[in-house]
Design a binder for this molecule. Structure first.
Ligand code: ATP
Ligand code: MG
Length: 317
């Protein structure tokens, strides 16, 4: 049975092959590439050596097969991956602009990905679960998925496991009040929160990262892992804060960096590492994720991440 479980949207990305081709005009695409923040996290954590399970739903179609094959190849436990013959697999069409920004067309709330229920989770599936990770994006993809996230968070919390939340919802996608409302039932059971600076501000209303982290720690969160892109990360705990310096890379595509950071942090903590050590491993996995184009192409094996850390002169302590 898996020790790290994540739940949420598994989808395929269909990407423009050239920059600055708006999705409203005919132009070339490439894909399908397996994606979805929870699926990327699962792939990364499994490749880093953890026993990982993904609770998700895909359609019984070629795109669903594409996702399933990749998850199985990465060693993810797919016992709670449902295949729906009556629904299409979720799709994201993505266009990149020269400035690095992206635009999307999502086929998600109407897709198989939004239909995740407790019924698809085998009875003993959560027996060994020590970490359950939930992404904010999964709380906005539809009521069935959201309610199942809440139910799993309650079950794992009740059983003494650690619930973690990456509130990866941006204010331009959802009003701030709504972000707080959908995250609250998870936050109430979470020990770890992994936001970007903007997400921490949305979640808490705080003017600075320090204040936002303090607010979360005061309500019982045990670790706030603040992701700061090329500047690295900061880990806030009741025992103190650690600045974790970044690893240097040439960024090709930032997609998936946050998900790989989350995955590596959980893998490290699950192995009993000190926060600083897990944070370095997470920064390295996040940095490496930006070096490949495509959502899940930036997940690396544990040996590759460790070799990268040594090459950069900052090996795993
Ligand atoms: P997203 O949700 O878009 O995947 P995020 O905001 O959750 O991203 P980022 O801060 O972009 O997460 O990236 C996560 C981590 O990956 C960072 O904390 C950092 O350690 C590492 N990282 C990301 N981009 C770079 C970069 N350009 N150079 C070095 N490290 C990076
Ligand atoms: Mg993020």
């Amino acid at each position: 049975m898996p020790t790290i479980v994540t739940i949420g949207e598994a989808l395929v990305e269909i990407m423009r092959t050239e920059r600055d081709r708006p999705l409203s005009r005919p132009a070339l695409f490439s894909g399908p590439y397996p994606s979805g923040a929870p699926a990327i996290l699962a792939s990364c954590a499994a490749r880093l050596g953890a026993r990982v399970g993904l609770v998700a739903t895909v359609g019984q179609d070629a795109f669903g097969e594409c996702i399933r094959e990749r998850l199985v190849a990465d060693g993810i436990d797919c016992a709670a991956l449902a295949l729906r013959p009556d629904l299409l697999t979720a799709i994201a069409f993505v266009a990149y602009r020269s400035d690095g920004s992206r635009s999307f067309v999502f086929h998600l709330p109407q897709s198989a990905a939004a239909q995740v229920s407790l019924d698809q989770v085998p009875a003993s599936y959560l027996a060994d679960t020590r970490y359950l990770h939930i992404m904010g994006s999964s709380l906005s993809a539809g009521e069935a998925l959201r309610e199942t996230c809440y139910a799993l968070a309650a079950a794992v919390h009740q059983a003494g496991g650690t619930v973690s939340l990456d509130p990866n919802l941006r204010p331009e996608l959802m009003p701030v009040e709504r972000i707080r409302a959908v995250c609250e039932p998870v936050l109430a059971r979470a020990r770890i929160v992994m936001p970007s600076g903007e997400e921490l501000a949305s979640l808490t209303g705080a003017a600075s990262a320090e204040e936002g982290a303090r607010m979360l720690l005061e309500r019982g969160i045990e670790m706030v892992a603040l992701k700061r892109g090329a500047a690295g990360s900061t880990l806030y705990t009741p025992q103190g804060a650690w600045e974790i310096p970044p690893y240097r890379v040439t960024e090709v595509d930032p997609t998936g960096a946050g998900d790989c950071f989350d995955a590596a942090l959980l893998v490290g903590l699950a192995e009993g590492w000190e926060p600083h050590k897990a944070g370095l491993f997470a920064n390295a996995a996040g940095a490496l994720a930006t070096t490949r184009l495509g959502p899940m192409e930036g997940t690396f094996s544990r040996d590759e991440v460790l070799a990268f850390m040594r090459e950069q002169g900052r090996p795993l302590p």
